[in-house]
Unconditional design. Structure first.
Length: 179
């Protein structure tokens, strides 16, 4: 028995343990070919289909993002244009308000000037009327005084109105000429 063990060990020693047996290589090759065919016929088409779908989705999202970017740029340009128009309109409104303010001030000055001229003219008219009234009153009083004084100097009364008026007018004319 010992001899049989040594013989079987010698046979096993002649065989390299790193190289598999021929039947293991055939079965392993057959399994590899079957797995390769299954992967090539089933898994790869599904993988390509999945990758194509994913690529199409990514390209679609990129196109959507580009379109959104274009819309955002268009909205920004529209906003900028509207802002410029609003600024221009605000400037025009400001200028119109300034012009209206100048017109209002000019109209107020004209109204004040014409009102002042009207008040001045009314005052001049009133002063002239009062001056005339004072002159008439003064002539009457001066005339009465002059007649009384003349009557006292002459010694007789001057009761004739026509003569008295003529004397008073001559007296006042002399006074005015003396100025």
């Amino acid at each position: 028995m010992l001899n049989a063990l040594v013989t079987s060990a010698a046979e096993e020693a002649a065989h390299n343990p790193l190289i598999p047996a021929w039947y293991d290589i055939i079965w392993s090759g057959l399994c590899f070919v079957i797995i390769l065919l299954v992967v090539w016929r089933v898994a790869l088409p599904k993988l390509y289909e999945l990758l194509d779908a994913r690529s199409a989705a990514i390209e679609g999202n990129i196109a959507k993002a580009d379109e959104a970017q274009k819309q955002a740029e268009a909205a920004l340009e529209e906003y900028t244009r509207q802002l410029a128009e609003a600024r221009t309109e605000a400037g025009e409104i400001r200028e119109a308000a300034r012009e209206d303010g100048k017109k209002i001030v000019a109209e107020a000055k004209d109204a004040a000037t014409s009102e002042a001229a009207r008040i001045t003219a009314t005052a001049h008219t009133q002063i002239e009327a009062e001056r005339q009234a004072a002159l008439v009153s003064l002539r009457s009083e001066v005339g009465t005084l002059a007649l009384d004084l003349a009557g006292g100097v002459v010694g007789e009364t001057l009761s004739d109105d026509a003569r008295a008026t003529a004397v008073v007018d001559r007296f006042l004319a002399d006074l005015e000429a003396a100025k």
